[in-house]
Design a protein around this ligand. Structure first.
Ligand SMILES: [Zn+2]
Length: 217
């Protein structure tokens, strides 16, 4: 499993983008060319928001960002018992909750497997940064991820258009990476943090990630 995590750390944001995209409920309404464009623009959207923040404040510490953005950070031990394991969540209008025990198990694995590149990053900061993006998503309606919609069907002049939820997650990943200046995609955590809770599922997700990458990129 250590090798699998190291392999994931070599994947590009775009490659992870395809994996996230494949989970969108309406992903099959989008052709390959448009899919690639949406992934690239969502990544750009997340990066731009992070760059804007860094230019404005230039903080080194994620807690300082929480303060200036007037975000409340709430820590809970765990949410296990629920069907889905969460590491962080965002609640409107300005609250982020992180589940510290769930994150700690991932940190322990980094030590145990001696994952050198992950040793000087705080997993918790990555989880918080991702949730900060959802705050921007909620409050800035002009963002690409909020305006880009897909036409699901049309009759005459009437069009039914819907947003792709994958856009938010792709942008959130790029935001966290840019804000924290990481040299790997934060989606590595999808597998790493899940592994202590559910080994089989973590391996399944790893395989889904690999299989969702188109051959030609
Ligand atoms: Zn998210």
């Amino acid at each position: 499993m250590k090798e699998k995590i190291e392999y994931l750390m070599k994947l590009s944001d775009k490659e992870f983008g395809y994996y996230i995209f494949s989970h969108d409920p309406i992903h099959n309404k989008v052709d390959e060319k448009l899919k690639e464009e949406i992934i690239e623009k969502s990544l750009e959207c997340g990066r731009e928001v992070a760059e804007g923040l860094k230019i404005k404040y230039g903080f080194k510490n994620i807690v300082e960002y929480l303060k200036v953005l007037d975000l409340e950070l709430c820590t809970k031990d765990t949410n296990s018992g629920l069907e889905y394991i969460y590491f962080g969540t965002y609640q409107k209008p300005n609250k982020i909750t992180i589940y510290t025990d769930n994150i700690k198990l991932g940190t322990d694995l980094i030590e145990e497997w001696d994952l050198v590149r992950l040793k000087n990053v705080e997993l918790q900061d990555i989880v918080i940064a991702h949730e900060i993006f959802h705050h921007f998503q909620e409050h800035d309606k002009s963002l690409y991820i909020n305006t880009n919609k897909i036409t699901l069907w049309s009759i005459g002049k009437f069009k039914y258009r819907s947003r792709l939820v994958a856009q938010d997650e792709i942008a959130g990943m790029a935001f966290a990476k840019e804000l924290l200046e990481l040299d790997f995609s934060p989606n590595v955590l999808d597998v790493l943090l899940l592994y202590p809770h559910d080994k089989d599922l973590a391996i399944e997700i790893y395989e889904n990630i690999i299989n969702s990458i188109p051959k030609k990129i």
